[in-house]
Design a protein around this ligand. Structure first.
Ligand SMILES: NC(=O)c1ccc[n+]([C@@H]2O[C@H](COP(=O)([O-])OP(=O)(O)OC[C@H]3O[C@@H](n4cnc5c(N)ncnc54)[C@H](O)[C@@H]3O)[C@@H](O)[C@H]2O)c1
Ligand SMILES: Nc1ncnc2c1ncn2[C@@H]1O[C@H](COP(=O)(O)OP(=O)(O)OP(=O)(O)O)[C@@H](O)[C@H]1O
Length: 294
């Protein structure tokens, strides 16, 4: 078995997690190829020896890899998705972060859960992604043009609202007067969209959610549409530019540009372990299970 290892940060709390992973994989003859910046951080702290092979970009991750292990929080998994892209390499998240909603393995049970991985006792949860075309073109979007959580348009350098003309498959839906608009995948439905009143979708639902951010029209509610829908947006406002985000990445776009959002032809494969399903995560990480009456 051959795995890529990726993390963005090092903190003192990382050491026991790294130790557990490396001891377990070395004992089970798993080949580890480590992202070069992460290995440098681990080398500097003398946690891991310098004998491991490294990778630096998505171009080096090919079908010879069985899995990418992301060590961090949700932000790290979103970055990990930009490394695997359309390669199909499954991502397994080990939560070294805070919430770690997308991470399957908690730091307390690394060896137990990794055994499931070695024994191939896991399933793949396919995550739909969104991509964007901008007219006129915008180079900063073209570089990594997909989002696993959501694509958002929002106001920039102003407190004044923006107007977002929205079309679904060429049919006019609405002009939202709001701070912004979130187009969320099922994966992203527990992120920003949830904070703005959007519904939670289970990851396998074939839908997208259109959620306005603070709309100044109390009847504008989150809308669920089929994920085959082509969504077209035109933003106008007092400033010349507004913000477009794809997950954690942000760029500035000129007013009146036409944005067209579509599901990508490929998906991200997330590793799911029977002990740690999406429904269990709702109870444990969104605290549904904390109701004193249960
Ligand atoms: N007001 C909000 O709730 C808000 C605002 C901006 C961005 N976000 C979310 O943050 C993401 C970017 O992450 P970041 O690390 O760069 O920002 P960040 O550091 O602000 O972290 C955002 C928080 O959202 C959580 N999160 C991210 N994706 C999630 C998901 N799919 N389900 C449940 N929780 C999730 C993370 O655990 C983290 O605690 C965006 O894709 C967006 O979903 C949320
Ligand atoms: N490899 C790591 N080792 C130790 N701590 C980490 C590691 N990766 C992330 N963290 C901690 O988790 C924090 C959040 O990490 P990250 O940006 O990946 O996630 P996030 O999007 O903020 O989500 P979450 O709420 O799940 O942590 C970091 O600021 C850091 O404190």
């Amino acid at each position: 078995m051959k795995v890529a290892i990726y993390g963005q940060y090092y903190q003192n709390s990382t050491e026991p997690i790294i130790n557990d992973i490396f001891v377990f994989f070395n004992k089970n003859n798993v080949e580890m190829i480590i992202e070069s910046h992460f290995l440098l951080m681990l080398n500097e702290r003398k946690i891991v020896e310098n004998k491991y092979k490294t990778f630096t970009s998505h171009t080096e991750l090919d079908s010879s890899f069985d899995m990418l292990i992301s060590i961090g929080g949700d932000g790290t998994i979103l970055r990990a998705a930009t490394l695997v892209r359309d390669s199909g390499i499954p991502i397994l998240g080990i939560n070294a972060g805070r919430l770690g909603f997308l991470a399957t393995v908690q730091k307390e049970n690394i060896a137990e859960f990794m055994q499931f991985v070695i024994d191939k006792k896991y399933t793949i949860s396919k995550r739909a992604l969104l991509s964007l075309t901008c007219s006129p073109p915008n180079e900063s979007i073209d570089e990594i043009n997909f989002a696993m959580n959501e694509i958002t348009v929002s106001r920039k350098d102003t407190t004044s609202m923006i107007t977002i003309d929205t079309y679904l498959n060429d049919e006019f839906l609405n002009s939202y007067w709001a701070d912004g608009l979130i187009i969320s995948t099922p994966t992203g439905s527990t992120g920003y969209s949830l904070s703005c009143g959007g519904p939670i979708l289970t990851p396998d639902v074939k839908s997208l959610v259109i959620t306005p951010i603070a709309p100044h029209n109390l009847t504008a509610r989150p809308l669920v549409v089929p994920d085959e829908t082509e969504i077209r947006l035109k933003v106008s406002g007092r400033e010349e530019n507004y913000l477009v985000s794809l997950d954690s990445r942000v760029t500035s776009v000129k007013n009146e540009s036409i944005l067209t959002l579509k599901k990508t032809p490929f998906q991200i494969n997330m590793v799911e372990i029977p002990e740690e399903t999406f429904l269990k995560t709702l109870r444990s990480k969104l605290l549904w299970g904390e109701d004193k009456r249960n």
